[in-house]
Design a protein around this ligand. Structure first.
Ligand SMILES: Cc1cc2nc3c(=O)[nH]c(=O)nc-3n(C[C@H](O)[C@H](O)[C@H](O)COP(=O)(O)OP(=O)(O)OC[C@H]3O[C@@H](n4cnc5c(N)ncnc54)[C@H](O)[C@@H]3O)c2cc1C
Length: 520
């Protein structure tokens, strides 16, 4: 690949901890801006902010711990911290809930973690225009508790709903479980205040106001400043679209004795054009097998069940009931067996903790062992979901033939748009982290690369919601984006001349000649 030679000074970023003198200089510079309890230096505070759900070889964890953590409470404080960091050439990593699955909030080059959790205020609730302006450290669940008093809700609903925060949703451009009806984070966030890597503050959104949903003035910067994984700055205050809190929810759960029927049914549900349809989830055969062998699974899985489909509708009672009748009819035509109200409602209610329940896997001999959950996701067209599923399971089967460190926990496919054009496909993997040594890690990274390659080969994207900045899939980013990747490098260099904002992510160091391939 070719890039231009660096034209600006590149800071000597290192993965070594900051020495005492440099740390003292940094703390002294921050003292006029932040109170003592907003600057955290203790080992536990720093290690806690280095923690993310995705696995990393435990014996190498200490390589990715920040030198210090700050807890700002306002846009002005965030801007001042970033300005100081830029002047001193210290890396800055934004962190909200720390639930991101692609290591975006991990301080690869140490430096300062900016934890925005104290910026969790509701600044303005506009009942007439139906918007709310919040600090980006608020979670969707906490926000909705407040909005419920007014009969409103903010429908960004990831599986991590209680613990991921609005700023992290912007940083990842996340995907919502009910996006087929309400859209995803990028559709629901109207505008936000954003601190650039130099410490300048801009307002991002359509139009100059906070609450405009569609403008044709100038470049549309909103998407640029979403999903960048903290590499282009920090969102501090966001204005969000609100909807009436749905009066009714219907979440039928159907069993199938054939995966192909379940796949066809999911597509038919999504394409039916039922206005209350908010999404459908397809559980494949491996997922059903996993639930069946799991001691803690709460859904009965008779042996003739080969696949499951969970659909969900939201709206007024009258429209949900009518739309539901149509979807039940479609499901029946595809051979569905309704699992009953109790299981249906229970499964949908479990959507926010479904992942956390069975944190154990199996050795090849069937022995139960502690494992942690990891998943790889991709955006794939409906027609390609079965082929991608087959190829992904084969990659994991190969990995499993080599070692017991991994287990195949099956796949979900989730509808994304209201027309059913593309699906978030996700393969869940159990990883025995205590056994994750360098050799197993290398095998895992190769498997991730292979998984991403399958998505691209099928005309998909490597990630529908988590992002692709981890070792393995990130290697394929230039391939997926083509010339667009060079544009990314140009944008990064223009907005972050000193590479202070979350360095080491998305191969963006190449913009500064910091990549070995570029130097050679
Ligand atoms: C159990 C579980 C289920 C999940 N389910 C889903 C799901 O259904 N859909 C989905 O999309 N994701 C899901 N995720 C992934 C994760 O929850 C999302 O990516 C979420 O958007 C991350 O939010 P966060 O607040 O935890 O951000 P963090 O993990 O703190 O940060 C994520 C990225 O955004 C950057 N960032 C953080 N704050 C800001 C800010 N204020 N401004 C700019 N950049 C910032 C960080 O540097 C990082 O790169 C799941 C994760 C878990 C653990």
């Amino acid at each position: 690949m070719t890039t231009t030679e660096p034209t600006i000074g590149t800071a000597p970023f290192t993965t070594e901890p900051m020495d005492d003198a440099r740390l003292a200089t940094l703390v002294a510079a921050l003292r006029p801006v932040l109170a003592d309890d907003q600057i955290l230096l203790a080992k536990t505070d720093r290690y806690n902010r280095a923690r993310v759900p995705a696995p990393f070889p435990v014996h190498r964890w200490s390589e990715r711990v920040p030198d210090l953590v700050v807890l700002p409470t306002s846009t002005e404080q965030v801007a001042a911290v970033v300005r100081i960091a830029n002047d001193l050439r210290v890396p800055v990593v934004p962190r909200d809930g720390g639930t991101g699955l692609t290591d975006g909030a991990v301080p690869m080059r140490r430096g300062i973690v900016v934890d925005v959790k104290r910026m969790n205020q509701v600044h303005e609730l506009d009942l007439v225009n139906r918007t709310v302006t919040v600090g980006t450290g608020i979670s969707m669940m906490k926000l909705n508790e407040r909005l419920a008093q007014h009969g409103l809700f903010y429908p960004d609903d990831p599986a991590s709903y209680p613990c991921s925060l609005v700023g992290g949703r912007i940083g990842t451009s996340g995907w919502s479980l009910i996006g087929s009806r309400y859209g995803h984070t990028r559709d629901l966030v109207l505008s936000f205040d954003h601190v650039l890597p130099t410490g300048d503050v801009l307002h991002v959104g359509d139009g100059i106001g906070r609450k405009i949903s569609k403008s044709s003035s100038g470049y549309q910067l909103k998407h640029l400043f979403m999903g960048h994984q903290g590499t282009l700055g920090i969102a501090t205050k966001a204005t969000l679209k609100l909807f009436p809190k749905p009066e009714a929810e219907l979440s039928p759960f159907w069993a199938f004795d054939s995966y192909d029927d379940a796949h066809a049914c999911t597509g038919a549900l999504a394409r039916a054009g039922v206005a209350t349809f908010a999404g459908a989830v397809l559980f494949d055969e491996h997922k059903v097998a996993y639930l069946r062998r799991d001691d803690e699974a709460y859904i009965p899985q008779p042996s003739d069940v080969r696949a499951l489909v969970c659909s969900v509708m939201y709206g007024y009672e009258d429209e949900v009931r009518a739309g539901g009748r149509r979807l039940f009819r479609i499901a029946k035509e595809h051979g569905a067996r309704y699992l009953g109200d109790e299981i249906s409602e229970g499964d949908w209610a479990a959507r926010h903790d479904r992942y956390a329940t069975p944190l154990h896997g199996r050795t090849k001999d069937g022995q139960v062992i502690p494992m942690s959950w990891h998943c790889e996701d991709a955006a794939v067209n409906f027609s390609n979901v079965p082929a991608v599923s087959r190829a992904w399971h084969e990659i994991l089967a190969d990995l499993r033939r080599k070692t017991d460190v991994f287990d195949d926990w099956g796949m979900f496919a989730y509808t994304s748009a209201s027309t059913g054009v593309d699906y978030l496909t996700e393969i869940d993997v159990g990883i025995w982290e205590q056994r994750l040594d360098d050799a197993a890690w290398a095998a895992w990274v190769q498997a991730k690369r292979d998984i991403a390659a399958v998505a691209i080969a099928h005309g998909g994207s490597m990630s529908a919601c988590h992002g692709s900045c981890r070792e393995g899939e990130v290697d394929l980013l230039p391939q997926e984006l083509g010339r667009g990747f060079d544009v990314m490098l140009e944008v990064k260099r223009a907005l972050d001349p000193n590479n202070v904002m979350n360095p080491g992510k998305y191969l963006l160091d190449r913009a500064y000649g910091e990549d070995p391939d570029v130097r050679d």
